[in-house]
Every structure is written in structure tokens, then in C-alpha cells.
Design a protein around this ligand. Structure first.
Ligand code: SF4
Length: 360
């Protein structure tokens, strides 16, 4: 076992090496449950004053400290119940978890979490969902969409928390409230039997062999991710695919074309065999996100993975301001147009009920 639940050469679910818990978390059922669970396991369990500041993680180099953080689970109470916006994927973020045990070089968490990429789970799930209810009521009669993966891969800790299941059940029963999550994880079995009423869309994040081999670590294989999407669709969930981040490299068009064809092959089989009833909305949805990086991520990535080969040259990109007030380097418009010309017609042809929700 090397670190955070990853057996060399393969993938298995997250199992932390150490756990911190806020004392206040013990006032909640989930906090008590997790404390009892980890007390009986071979992990370092200790209390912390706040989930926002964890000190004393070992490691001499930035990379060693990064690995230690990725093996660390922090259990706390979410105090801020003001939800951030989440364009273009949803109206608001739904903060059930923060962080991810995966170690992808290109990860957007290098911007948002910087040098503190430990995994956080929040035990006051009912309070978070009550806050979501208030947001929904304020926007009536319009519908409100919440993103569960804005700062995390929430499925990576679901085997401990069950928080996604709680959220899926909640949205199944609430008028005009919708939920969506994005994941690279494949442990979807606990979600399959839930009552979801078609209100939660699960998107699997995929990429091509060149990108997976060079820049993804500690996450399941792409074939398994597509299989997980098909299982969810068979259970009546609206399903989608996040093709992200899209990189331009020699042979990129062929590899992305092959990926879309591979999804289509498995998708068609699923329908041919089962004759599935329709789901609300796109079937499947696609979100296309070209590679981008912030100056902060660039610095963190170069500190952590100096030899990764991740393309981070400002001279090859265009600088653009984003919704959170900080700027990022994106591909120039001519590359963006090439990406558009590749994906839109291909998806249109292979997925008659599918839809590209956005390309950024
Ligand atoms: Fe980041 Fe997603 Fe990789 Fe996790 S799986 S490290 S959230 S890119």
C-alpha cells in the first residue's frame, strides 16, 4: 500500500492514514459515528481546534507534505452556510466535502486549496441541506441547481459519510431543487438503489490515454468510470460526462474522437439491452472544459511536480478574468474554436438525445 488507499499500479477506495476531528463535530450523529469508526481502526486519530487549519503534517519537500495531506481526513462542522456561486455548471455550490484524495497534476484544487489539500468532510449535513432549502425558496418559482463537486470529489468519502445519499434523498423530495455531482470515482453501488426521482445528475469525469497516463494519479481507470456511468443510467439517474481538462497535444483530435466513440459504444449497448425509460434533460449531458491554470496553481504545480511536463507556459495562452475575481491562462480563441469544431458535431452525431451544456 502506498499512501492514501492506493495499491501500486491500481486503485482502491480512500483510507486515511490520519484523522483529525473538531470537538464540535461530536455534537452531530455523523461526527459521533465517524469518531467511533476511526477509534477502532489503525489510524492516528486526534482532535483539532478548526478544520480550516491543520498543522504538523510531516514531510521535508513540498511533494512529501502534499502526499501526507492527501492521506489526511479532517472531520468538522461547516460554519459558513452562505453558498458560493458555481457558473457555468449550477447556481450554487453545495459544500458537503472539500478536497480529494486523488493526486492529479492538473487538478483545479491546486488553486483553491493550495498547500492544504487535505480532505475535509462536514458533519452538519442537515444544516447544509436546510440552507439549500432556503436558497430554493428564495428563487421560486424558478428552479435552483446545486453543484456538489465544486471543491471536492464527494464520492471519494461517501463510504464513510453517506452524505451524498442524504443529499440525493433530500433533492428527490424538494420542489424545484436539483443536484449534480462530478466524480472520477466508481464506487457508485450505494447510490443505485436510492430514491432520486431523476433530480440528481451524476457526471463522470473522463480523459484520453495521453492525459491519464501523464497527469492522473490515484483515480480509477477511464473504462471503469464509463461503466459506472452506465450503471447509474440503468438505475434511472440522469448522467453526464465531463471531458476535462481538454489538452491540445500532438494527436489530440484522434484521442478525443476515440474517447467519445468509446463512450458511445458502451452507451448504445446499455440502451439496446435494456430499452431504458427516458430521464429528464440531456441523455447524456457533456461538459467540455479546456485546460486552464491560475498563477497560484502554476506555482504550486511547479513546486510539487517540477518534471510533470504539464503545459504551463503563459506565452502559449491568453489571460482571462474568471467569476471568482482571479485571472487564469486559457487556450487562445483559435484553439478553443478547434475544440468546438471537433466535439460539437461528433457528439451531435453519436448522441441523438445528448447535449453539450457548455464549452469553456
Ligand atoms: Fe483533482 Fe479530480 Fe483528480 Fe481529485 S480526481 S485530484 S478533484 S482532478
Amino acid at each position: 500500500m502506498v499512501g492514501n488507499g492506493v495499491v501500486k499500479g491500481e486503485f482502491c477506495v480512500f483510507k486515511p492514514a490520519r484523522v483529525f476531528i473538531e470537538e464540535d463535530a461530536l455534537n452531530y450523529d455523523l461526527g459521533k459515528k465517524l469518531y467511533a469508526l476511526f477509534s477502532g481502526q489503525d489510524v492516528d486519530l486526534s482532535f483539532t481546534g478548526t478544520h480550516n487549519r491543520i498543522r504538523g503534517l510531516q514531510g521535508v519537500t513540498p511533494y512529501e507534505r502534499f502526499l501526507e495531506a492527501k492521506k489526511t481526513l479532517v472531520i468538522g462542522v461547516r460554519r459558513t452556510l452562505d453558498f458560493a456561486g458555481c457558473r457555468p455548471s449550477a447556481h450554487f455550490q453545495l459544500p458537503l466535502t472539500t478536497g480529494c484524495p486523488g493526486r492529479c497534476t492538473y487538478c483545479y484544487l491546486h488553486t483553491t486549496l493550495g498547500k492544504n489539500p487535505y480532505v475535509r468532510v462536514y458533519v452538519n449535513v442537515d444544516e447544509i441541506l436546510q440552507a439549500a432549502q432556503r436558497y430554493i425558496e428564495q428563487r421560486l418559482p424558478q428552479s435552483t441547481l446545486f453543484e456538489g463537486s465544486a471543491t471536492s470529489d464527494p464520492l471519494s468519502v461517501e463510504h464513510y459519510t453517506g452524505s451524498l445519499a442524504g443529499a440525493i434523498n433530500f433533492f428527490a423530495g424538494v420542489e424545484q431543487g436539483f443536484f449534480r455531482i462530478a466524480t472520477k470515482q466508481v464506487a457508485v453501488k450505494p447510490l443505485l438503489a436510492l430514491k432520486h426521482s431523476g433530480k440528481t445528475r451524476v457526471r463522470l469525469s473522463l480523459n484520453v490515454p495521453y492525459v491519464v497516463q501523464k497527469f492522473e494519479r490515484g483515480v480509477p481507470a477511464v473504462k471503469e468510470r464509463i461503466r459506472a456511468a452506465v450503471s447509474l443510467r440503468k438505475s434511472g439517474y440522469p448522467v453526464g460526462f465531463l471531458i476535462a481538462p481538454i489538452f491540445v497535444f500532438p494527436g489530440w483530435k484522434e484521442q478525443y474522437r476515440d474517447l467519445i466513440k468509446e463512450i458511445s459504444g458502451q452507451w448504445e449497448q446499455c440502451f439496446a439491452v435494456r430499452g431504458l425509460p427516458p430521464v429528464p434533460g440531456a441523455d447524456p449531458s457533456f461538459e467540455l472544459i479546456t485546460h486552464r491554470f491560475t498563477p497560484r496553481a502554476q506555482k504550486n504545480i511547479l513546486d510539487l511536480f517540477p518534471e510533470s511536463g504539464l503545459p504551463l507556459k503563459e506565452s502559449e495562452r491568453k489571460f482571462k478574468y474568471g467569476q471568482f475575481g482571479y485571472g487564469k491562462y486559457v487556450y487562445p480563441p483559435e484553439v478553443y474554436n478547434e475544440v468546438k469544431d471537433l466535439f460539437y458535431p461528433l457528439i451531435g452525431r453519436l448522441f441523438p438525445r445528448g447535449e453539450v451544456e457548455y464549452l469553456v
